[in-house]
Design a protein around this ligand. Structure first.
Ligand code: OAD
Length: 232
């Protein structure tokens, strides 16, 4: 039986693919938009034109980004481990790299959904222009993104998966956004948690076994793989 390895990823895993991290406003993904204006519950009604345009621009800008070596190494680990990736990211780079079991906590920028039905999804291909008046199959659409203040539909499923992890790996997250930031608390006591981040958040816990790998995602994955081999 393969060990269950759960990988929790944040924006940092895609940084080396050219997608700036959420809080890295200096480089710019979000610098021209205030979070309140375009990322909070209700923004699609309150700031419709601005918010819809923002997501269209985001989609256009990042749709051609490619997975980096960290995404690929995560996918390759499926040969030796039973892997589930739980990501806060809205890109599809884990899937593109070959990961077969990916759960998105905050939605996916490659999909749109019906405004009146969160389960009705369509691919966001070039034929779809994100606008408040855009209608598909009789439904007005919105980006398939979880905004601040909205429910995170996959969180219960994610908690269950993490509570079954033999090993947990966390990559490139600032642990700022809840409930995702709370997920590591579900790792069974004594099972190892590796946290890869060049600028890691300070995590203290009496019972969690957290080992920090202070490195970028690509360098950190190399180090992780040799640690996993050592411990096998
Ligand atoms: P943040 O932007 O808060 O944090 C990114 C983390 O990545 C930081 O800890 C950086 O140190 C780290 N980092 C930077 N470069 C890296 C690299 N090359 N390799 C590895 N790590 C690197 O992003 P998240 O924690 O993912 O939600 O933010 C969580 C959520 O905040 C996002 O999913 C988004 C936002 O609200 C929604 O879209 C709903």
């Amino acid at each position: 039986m393969k060990k269950k390895l759960v990988i929790l990823t944040g924006a940092g895993v895609s940084a080396e693919s050219g997608i700036p991290t959420f809080r890295d406003a200096v480089i710019g993904l979000w610098e021209n938009a205030s979070i309140e204006e375009v990322c909070t519950a209700g923004c699609l009604e309150k700031n419709a034109e601005r918010a819809y345009r923002f997501y269209q621009e985001l989609h256009d800008k990042y749709k051609d980004c490619k997975p980096n070596q960290a995404h690929k190494d995560i996918a390759d680990l499926e040969q030796d481990y039973d892997i589930i990736v739980i990501t806060q990211n809205v890109d599809s780079l884990h899937e593109q790299a070959g990961s077969t079991n990916v759960i998105h906590l905050h939605g996916n920028l490659n999909k749109v959904r019906a405004l009146d039905n969160p389960y009705l999804l369509w691919d966001w291909d070039d034929s779809v222009i994100m606008h408040e008046d855009t209608v598909i199959d009789g439904h007005h659409i919105r980006p398939h993104i979880v905004m601040f203040g909205e429910d995170v539909p996959n969180i219960i499923k994610a908690q269950k998966i993490v509570s079954d992890a033999d090993i947990c790996v966390v990559i490139g997250t600032s642990f700022n956004v809840y409930p995702a930031a709370r997920l590591i608390q579900y790792v069974p006591e004594g099972n190892p948690i590796y946290y890869i981040d060049p600028n890691p958040a300070t995590l203290t816990s009496d019972y969690l076994d957290i080992q920090v790998i202070k490195a970028t995602a690509t360098a950190g994955m190399k180090e992780l793989i040799s640690k996993l081999k050592e411990n096998d």
